[in-house]
Design a protein around this ligand. Structure first.
Ligand code: F6R
Length: 606
């Protein structure tokens, strides 16, 4: 979702802002803009479209030149993508960029109109800019604390006052913002990749804290305008992690990073052959003491939760409920203080997942998160955090973040099952050893690239597809289907294979390809029966099965044979061909693979 950057130092600010914004493109956006101090004023340039459109516009309008400025990529919420609605907003003396949603903007707008303010955009952000102007008394800190008392909702704001050239003010609540720092220059940004080229050192701004930056220093204040000190963070990602590194797309690069991502995530969590999650603050005693487990997440992260449910229930015999975060809090869930609520999130900023976390804590349950981004809101507010170590995921479609989330689900399931005495130490060690083999197995799975490209060439002209499977294969079907539709724009649905004949099979014709996942040995024959049902209705069948399994011609038209491992771990293996099929289909269709239309990487609004 919207990206914010800010720079103050000695460099050409416009260049730094554009460069930093380009590192936030993955968040999704439909317009962009910058504001730069120049010749005693604030020079604003903004444009609908991509950063290159903004650059083109600046070629005509004149490119601002200065050493201090703010920039923004906007993902439209209030008002269509247009030049007028793009950020920065403000007037000659104040300029702001905003990420988030101001919930009470209508009330504030009415008030400001009564005071004689006119509005040109449809955005909630313009209200904040005008409110700042209304309260402006020559003291920026005072002005900002005034508006903090009035605006409701989620926000991260970068602010410049014409009267304070060379200074950037920043404040946030519920939308992420970091403050990067280096010798003679300082930055603000929505996310670490934006500043990695310049510095690895940054501060995490907390709710209602105000940062004041000039080229020499950063000062932090609380809402009472009192100075506060903050702990310096150091990013453990380097610039290469946020570059394509020779791959055509970030998605392909990230698919290839999975052996390392899984290894880095699980290795520190295995001790003497057994899962070891104590370093995250989760002891075995705590784990076995929970009454029930809720897993709450969105999209791909929720799909990781579905695999988690299956594996935890099967191995540990503990009840697990999986919820879509946007539904969870509105169904008044029956959470008790003895329950464990697991929030899964790559970004750690997803608004619905964050709201679910807060609800869980309000009800007295333990909130544990599985998060990829260090210091993100969900991580900071959780009782227990298990970090996944996928590194930055830039492509909007989640790949490596999903497989590391799965890896944590497995470790949790193994540890819980052993702690509860449902499986023996030997079985737990055996499963953990199998999980440790995954990074190596991945190297072989990635060899399926050409096969997946071939399969994609057979799917590219389809209007609609079905993914089917049973048990864990069904959970994987959902993720495969989501991946395909989000980046190739081909409609697809995932169905439990045995459920087809209760309605959906009426859709099946020769123009509806079916991807059937059949890796679960105990369910194989049953899945094959379902596959025959669709084949008999003319569907072209693409079957994913284990290596060594003979698939008759009357069952599948094409097969993708994946390396074999314990049934429970097969989702980890099958996820890669699912990602590759979606990737190549998207490439063949000429879609914008890393930045699919209408989507944002970090969904910070409900
Ligand atoms: C799909 C995808 C999304 C995210 C979802 C949750 O490829 O990436 O479905 O999984 O928006 O995001 P996080 O994990 O950041 O909470």
């Amino acid at each position: 979702m919207c990206g914010i950057v800010g720079y103050v130092g000695k460099k050409d600010c416009t260049q730094v802002l554009i460069d930093s914004l380009s590192k936030l493109e993955y968040r999704g956006y439909d317009s962009a803009g910058i504001a730069v101090f120049e010749n005693g004023g604030i020079h604003v340039e903004k444009s609908k479209g991509r950063l290159k459109d903004l650059e083109e516009k600046m070629k005509k309008d004149g490119r601002p030149y200065g050493h201090c400025g703010i920039g923004h990529t906007r993902w439209a919420t209030h008002g269509e993508p247009s030049d007028i609605n793009s950020h920065p907003h403000g007037n000659k003396r104040i300029s702001i960029v905003h990420n988030g949603i101001i919930e009470n903007y209508k009330v504030l707008k009415t008030f400001l109109m009564e005071q004689g303010y006119g509005f040109e955009s449809e955005t909630d952000t313009e209200t904040v800019a005008k409110l700042l102007d209304y309260y402006y008394n020559g003291d920026p800190l005072d002005t900002i604390t005034h508006i903090l008392a009035e605006i409701q909702g989620s926000f991260a704001l970068g602010i410049m006052f014409r009267d304070f050239p060379g200074k950037i003010f920043a404040v946030r609540k519920d939308s992420p913002l970091i403050v990067g720092t280096s010798e003679g220059e300082n930055f603000i940004a929505s996310d670490v990749p934006a500043i990695l080229k310049y510095t690895k050192e940054y501060y995490l701004l907390e709710a209602d804290e105000i940062a004041v930056l000039d080229e020499n220093e950063v000062k932090f204040y609380n809402v009472h305008k009192a100075r506060i000190t903050k702990e310096l963070q150091v990013a453990n990602w380097d610039i290469d992690a946020a570059e394509k590194g020779g791959y055509e797309h970030f998605m392909l690069k990230e698919i290839h990073e999975q052996p390392t991502a899984v290894k880095t995530t699980i290795s520190p969590r295995i001790a003497e052959g057994l899962p070891y999650l104590e370093e995250s603050g989760l002891s075995t005693d705590m784990l076995k003491g929970y009454r029930r487990i809720f897993i709450v997440a969105c999209g791909t992260a929720m799909h990781a939760g579905l695999v988690g449910k299956y594996v935890i229930e099967k191995l540990a015999r503990v009840e697990v409920t999986v919820d879509i975060a946007s539904e969870f809090r509105y169904r008044n869930p029956l959470i008790e203080p003895e329950d464990l609520v697991i929030l899964i999130s790559q970004s750690g900023e997803t608004a619905d997942t964050l709201a679910a976390l807060r609800l869980a804590k309000d009800r007295g349950a333990t909130a544990m998160s599985v998060v990829n981004v260090k210091g993100s809101s969900i991580a900071r507010e959780s009782d227990i955090v298990i970090y996944t170590h996928a590194g930055p995921e830039i492509s909007v479609a989640s790949t490596k973040a999903y497989t590391v989330q799965l890896s944590i689900m497995y470790l949790l399931a193994f540890e819980l099952a052993y702690a509860k005495g449902v499986i023996s130490k030997e079985k737990c060690m055996e499963l953990t050893a199998s999980l440790s083999e995954i990074p190596e197995i991945y190297e072989n799975v990635l060899e399926l690239k050409n096969r997946c490209q071939f399969i994609a060439s057979k799917l590219v002209n389809a209007d609609s597809l079905l993914y089917i499977g049973r048990g864990l294969d069904y959970a994987l079907s959902m993720e495969g289907s989501l991946k395909l539709k989000e980046i190739s724009y081909i409609h697809s649905e995932a169905y439990a294979a045995g459920e087809l004949k209760h309605g959906t099979i009426s859709l099946v014709t020769e123009s509806m390809p079916v991807i059937a996942i059949a890796t679960q040995q105990d369910l194989y024959d049953k899945t094959v029966s379902n596959v025959k049902e669709v084949k008999a209705r003319g569907a072209k069948v693409f079957m994913v099965c284990r290596e060594g399994v003979e698939v008759d011609e009357d069952v599948a038209d094409y097969t993708i044979c994946v390396p074999s491992i314990d049934d429970l771990l097969m989702p980890l293996v099958v996820s890669i061909p699912m990602q590759l099929i979606a990737y190549y289909t998207s490439v063949l269709k000429g879609c914008d693979v890393d930045k699919p239309r209408n989507l944002a990487k970090s969904v910070t609004v409900e």
